[in-house]
Design a protein around this ligand. Structure first.
Ligand code: C2E
Ligand code: MG
Ligand code: MG
Length: 258
């Protein structure tokens, strides 16, 4: 595979989106943008197979700016279809070292006439390990724009709870490795319960990712976890299918309430 290593070109990228569901009102409350690469030889590659490489080669800025532009454009199109659905974009640790990022985001939102609260930026705890001072200053700039900040894969990183308390964040996403085995796994249940309580006590919204079945969803609802994302609702889909999917989800009597 490494013989085929080369940099990604933006015309080879494709954006997929996966809905986030508000469990209490059974409504689509967001969509996460997830990038895929149509490699000329290897075919479709998932992000875990090229993002780490792009981070090393310095190519990640191209991917991030492309993902941000495409996601913001989609979000604007959804609004024009009458759907008020915020979009989430993943940042890598390199992005948080780049002081030009807040400028790029400002101009992007202005160009698309999109209110900043329609954009959430997902960062992992790992992203803060590298040059913590610079990363938190870039993060603070982004938050000052009115963009929402989410901690992704929560529970898998090294950030201390003391750090979390001081970070400018709005949302916490519980890593799917703790969610997939719910409600059967007792250790996972304990971790998720503690994370949801912590998030609420800190005034953060919580999203559980990796919700694959109804039993898991019901358990989360009883716990007071208000948002969920996972294959139960939908796998990530091509952006061109999203609006139709949302309309169908809203009209279907999905067995959520039972
Ligand atoms: P993530 O941000 O934690 O994204 C969620 C991942 O969980 C996605 O994998 C999604 O397909 C998967 N997932 C969602 N629901 C379920 C479920 O019910 N069960 C299971 N087993 N998996 C589920 P994906 O699309 O392969 O993305 C993997 C990671 O790649 C993402 O994890 C994110 O960290 C990174 N990534 C994706 N797009 C970008 C991007 O544009 N920029 C950067 N820097 N990273 C990205
Ligand atoms: Mg994410
Ligand atoms: Mg995650």
């Amino acid at each position: 595979i490494y013989g085929l290593r080369r940099d990604v070109r933006h015309d080879e990228l494709k954006l997929h989106v996966q809905p986030k569901i508000d469990l209490a009102v059974h409504r689509v409350c967001g969509a996460e943008a997830l990038v895929r690469w149509d490699h000329p030889v290897l075919g479709w590659l998932p992000p875990n197979e090229f993002i780490p490489f792009a981070e090393q080669s310095g190519n990640i800025t191209l991917i991030t700016t492309w993902a941000l532009s495409t996601a913001v454009r989609e979000c604007r199109l959804w609004l024009e279809e009458g759907l008020r659905i915020p979009v989430s974009v993943n940042l890598s640790s390199r992005d948080l070292q780049d002081e030009r990022l807040p400028v790029f985001v400002t101009e992007l939102l202005r160009d698309h006439d999109l209110s900043p609260d329609f954009l959430t930026l997902e960062i992992t705890e790992q992203a803060l390990v590298r040059d913590f001072a610079r990363a938190t200053s870039v993060l603070q700039c982004l938050r000052n724009l009115g963009v929402r900040i989410s901690i992704d894969d929560f529970g898998t990183g090294y950030s201390s709870l003391a750090q979390l308390r001081n970070l400018p964040v709005d949302e916490l996403k519980i890593d799917r490795s703790f969610v997939l085995q719910l409600p059967e796994s007792r250790p996972d249940a304990a971790i998720v319960r503690a994370s949801v309580d912590l998030a609420h006590d800190l005034g953060l919204e919580v999203v559980a990712e990796g919700v694959e079945n109804l039993a898991c969803m019901r358990w989360l609802m009883e716990l007071g976890c208000e948002r969920a994302q996972g294959f139960l609702f939908s796998r990530p889909m091509a952006t061109e299918n999203f609006v139709a999917w949302v309309r169908q989800f809203s009209s279907a009597q999905f067995e959520l309430s039972t």
